[in-house]
Design a protein around this ligand. Structure first.
Ligand code: CP
Length: 333
């Protein structure tokens, strides 16, 4: 693994290695001194061409916990506004002797271009590109689902996949890089994925994806799901009307208080996930978001561990097992 651009390219073994390493990194996060300074003397450049709260802060926290030096680059206020290209921006930052790029960009494919155009030869970590991919989000979601499975049935998280889990991803699939990255990763890990969405918010080539589609939220829930992942309605990527009104969307496609109570009454334990930021009252009600079945904040917490894991693995070339192997379970100070 040289870069992390998309979950589609991860093997099952690679994905499990990342998740196991992230479990180890979570232990580091539970220590009083939350440091594993394995990247001391290395420099990570965080290139954010699009807004972010969770991903940006989480990468930055992960880099600090690993002891790396950090250069934060935000397109707003930079020479990008004077027309500087991605190539010139990247090469300028690489000339400062950067050791890795983390990049978020509104253009699908920008991280791939950065990784493969020959402008630099350092690892590139995709922090979300357009509607294409958000691999660290999918990995942190998989880590969260492993923890949910462990809580429910005691299956150890280390080494395990998500075989047999049924995960519903609901809402604006069309514009969602989170849905795409989750689909490929969950499929690789053996979970069954269903999409629940209005036809207008589904991609045109969905017939070729390993997913079952439902157009009715209640019917899909009646078939039983282990986890429901609500997606944000991405108004900033919508240049047309994709649904008649916000009220109708919330009623048909949102996890409303009524739908959430029905889920609770079913007696099944169902994890509620959302990548954030949430539009409360639209795709998710506060009752669901703030309930004991909500794993939303755990997702945020796991984001730091997953990003520590991928930074460590890509920047050191190790597969992580040297950290958590049975004869070396000690957390390093
Ligand atoms: N989930 C996610 O990518 O959130 P941010 O846009 O705040 O980073």
């Amino acid at each position: 693994m040289r870069h992390l651009l998309d979950t589609k390219e991860l093997t099952r073994e690679e994905a499990i290695s990342i998740l196991d390493t992230a479990d180890y990194m979570a232990e580091v996060g539970r220590q009083e001194v939350k440091k594993l300074p394995v990247l001391q003397g290395r420099t990570v450049v965080n290139l954010f061409f699009e807004d972010s709260t969770r991903t940006r802060l989480s990468f930055e926290t992960a880099e600090k916990r690993l002891g790396a030096d950090i250069i934060n680059f935000a397109a707003k206020g930079s020479s990008v506004s004077k027309g500087e290209s991605l190539k010139d921006t990247a090469q300028t930052l690489a000339a400062i002797n950067a050791d890795a790029f983390v990049i978020r960009h509104s253009a699908s494919g920008a991280p791939q271009r950065l990784a493969e155009a020959g402008w630099t030869n350092i690892p590139v970590l995709n922090a979300g590109d357009g509607t294409h991919a958000h691999p660290t989000q999918a990995l942190l979601d998989a880590m969260t689902l492993r923890q949910f499975q462990h809580q429910l049935s005691g299956i150890p998280t280390q080494g395990s996949a998500l075989e047999g889990m049924r995960v519903a991803i609901v809402g604006d699939i069309l514009h969602s890089r989170v849905a795409r990255s989750n689909l490929w990763l969950l499929h690789t890990l053996g979970a069954e994925v269903i999409f629940i969405a209005p036809p207008t918010l589904l991609p045109h080539d969905i017939d070729h994806w390993p997913v079952q589609v439902y157009y009715n939220f209640d019917q899909a829930l009646a078939h039983g799901v282990d986890a429901v992942m609500l997606l944000r309605i991405q108004k900033e990527r919508m240049n047309a009307a994709f649904f008649p009104s916000v009220e109708e969307y919330a009623r048909l496609w949102g996890l409303t208080p009524e739908r959430f109570k029905a889920l609770e009454r079913s007696g099944e334990q169902t994890a509620v996930l959302h990548p954030g930021p949430m539009n409360r009252g639209l795709e998710i009600s506060s009752l669901a978001a703030d309930s004991s079945q909500s794993w939303v904040l755990r997702q945020v917490n796991n984001g730091v561990s997953v990003r520590m894991a991928v930074l460590y693995m890509l920047m050191t070339g190790q597969d992580g097992s040297e950290l958590y192997s049975s004869n070396n379970t000690q957390i390093h100070p």
